[in-house]
Design a protein around this ligand. Sequence first.
Ligand code: PXP
Length: 239
Amino acid sequence: MRLSINIDHVATLRNARGGSHPDPLAAALAVLEAGADGITMHLREDRRHVRDADVERVRAAIAAPLNFEMAATAEMVAIAERLRPADCCIVPEKRAELTTEGGLDVTRAGPFLAEAVARCNAAGIRTSIFVEADPRQIEAAARLGARAVELHTGAFADAAPADRPAHLARLRDGARAAAANGLACHAGHGLAYDTIQDIARIPEVDEVSIGHFLVGQAVFEGLPGAVRRMKTLIAEVRG
Ligand code: PXP
């Protein structure tokens, strides 16, 4: 199971002072050196954390896969076509939200979602859609031509430990539905040391994307140390 690290919040910290430190590219290189398998960046419409130049610099500097998270807008599709990251994950985006609040409602999406998926696929990008672990959403993503789904793990990760098994059961069913529809299965949002192993036990999940927890944990143990510990927890389950 690959670990892609979302470095957006390194940019959040940089932007707090308006300067150039800490540099998201330096963070990308540090986490890859520590064993991360890829880098995730979400270029938001309002550029609240990473900016266009950050994504361009990371794309140019790393050989590891870049997973470009983006809303299905004409502007973002054009950027994806120009940068050609290995992966694109299409997410819903609301201006006022603190973070991506839920999966994309693929069943009710307008025609541009299909065009976004088709154009990213045509650019040689593996296109994924961020969805709730709901078989209807997963089937709709497959019908649209997505190659993967990323299951939203936020409700599971935020739940009290006693409530997690029910969320986990839904994620397990979602991962099976992804495989049954011929889709790769990724997972992410809110994952931390105490939740990663439950996700790693779902055999269909072949990639997780983790950001906020690791960047926060870096305050205490350094970014490379936090990445290594997360990789060790995954390896304890996956070998
Ligand atoms: N996957 C998606 C689609 C996301 O929107 C986010 C948050 O930007 C993540 C994964 C990472 O979530 P977190 O920062 O909570 O680890």
